[in-house]
Design a protein around this ligand. Structure first.
Ligand SMILES: Cc1ncc(C[n+]2csc(CCOP(=O)(O)OP(=O)(O)O)c2C)c(N)n1
Ligand SMILES: [Mg+2]
Length: 338
């Protein structure tokens, strides 16, 4: 994919995509947004504990990429993965129960926010380690190649902070050397905790790092769900068809703090406000309204549905059960006595 192709994608208009397709993307992003807003509230109430990283503002990433994947494809994500898990098909009930630490959660309450996992949908986490998902994705793709599981793709999401890790470079190198079907999706939200990319990297065009290992690359406005969808469709087609890796950089921005503990002293409020003007939900909704494809009532209906789904998920999580303490050591590997 060339830069010219990507520029063409920026011009994708809602009319060409159609009302139903666009409504589905609004619905997807609203489901993520309302789920995460409620998580923040529940965190304040002490119902959700531990670490919590929200992707509010970044919803177009998961909403643009996920519809392009097949059920047999693998997904690996970071600790900012609630939306990815949800749109991959893990139920909101199972996600919320996991947030609460209840055994009805998708990781049986043992993972929490950062470790959502679901074998049935081939959602292989939820990774707390920066860059930790990349070798895992390469391993999954290698297994697919050797078994073989034909025509599968492994989609690997990671933040731009991962490019500072050796695992990033080793993973891209091996994926290219062994021609493994991995779609590397870099969610470049400009900051790794409080460190701006430009403060830590001499080369901030991350596609150049990937290109140095021979991967084909593309970069795109990650706040525009239609552009993300189109770029991801082409990238997924490439990876599936060529059985070779591809690197996609999505320019995005988180509207909230890095996690629930972050004074945000590394960026000013005006910058956040500027990015909010490009918020993925309202920009798409505004375009759809301007094109006469939807009206406010359509939006309100989707919003009510998302809120109702969240209400039901919270009730499910509240009614869930704690793992009995006797099971504390189940699945814990202990070394054999010497
Ligand atoms: C190997 C490792 N080093 C440091 C950390 C601490 N840490 C947690 S999140 C984070 C920033 C990662 O930023 P980025 O990859 O850009 O993802 P984002 O949080 O922006 O989505 C760091 C340094 C970690 N989890 N793992
Ligand atoms: Mg980042």
């Amino acid at each position: 994919m060339t830069r010219a192709d990507l520029a063409a994608q920026a011009a994708i208009d809602v009319g060409a995509c159609g009302r139903e397709f666009c409504l589905a993307r609004v619905r997807d992003m609203l489901r993520i947004r309302r789920l995460e807003e409620r998580c923040a509230q529940l965190y304040g109430e002490g119902k959700i504990r531990g670490f919590l990283h929200l992707a509010i503002g970044e919803e177009a990433v998961a909403a643009g990429v996920m519809p392009n994947l097949h059920p047999e494809d693998n997904i690996v994500a970071t600790y900012r993965e609630h939306g990815h898990a949800l749109l991959r098909g893990i139920s909101m009930n199972a996600i919320m129960a996991e947030m609460f630490g209840k055994q009805e959660g998708c990781s049986r309450g043992r993972g929490g926010s950062m470790h959502l996992f679901d074998r049935a949908t081939r959602f292989f986490g939820g990774n707390a380690i920066v860059g930790g998902g990349l070798p895992l994705a390469v391993g999954l793709a290698l297994a697919d190649k050797l078994l073989p599981r034909q025509d599968c793709v492994t989609a690997c999401f990671f933040g731009e902070g991962a490019v500072a890790e050796g695992a990033f470079h080793e993973s891209l190198n091996l994926a290219m050397l062994w021609r493994l079907p991995v779609l590397f999706i870099c969610e470049n939200n400009l900051y790794a905790m409080g460190t701006a990319l430009a403060r830590s990297q001499s080369q901030i065009d991350l596609t150049k790092k990937a290109a140095s290992y021979g991967l084909p690359t593309g970069h795109i406005n990650g706040m525009n769900v239609l552009a993300v969808h189109d770029a991801a469709r082409q990238a997924v087609d490439f990876v599936r068809g060529q059985q070779a890796p591809f690197f996609l950089e999505l320019h995005t921005y988180r509207f909230r703090a890095h996690s629930m503990f972050d004074a945000e002293s590394y960026r000013d409020k005006a910058e956040v406000e500027r990015w909010k003007q490009h918020g993925p939900i309202h920009t798409l909704t505004d375009k759809l309204k301007a094109a006469g494809l939807i009206d406010e009532a359509d939006f309100q209906r989707l919003d009510r549905e998302a809120e109702a789904e969240v209400d039901a998920a919270v009730a499910f999580a509240e009614a869930g059960s704690w793992e009995p303490v006797e099971q504390l050591c189940a699945d814990v590997l202990t070394p054999a006595p010497a």
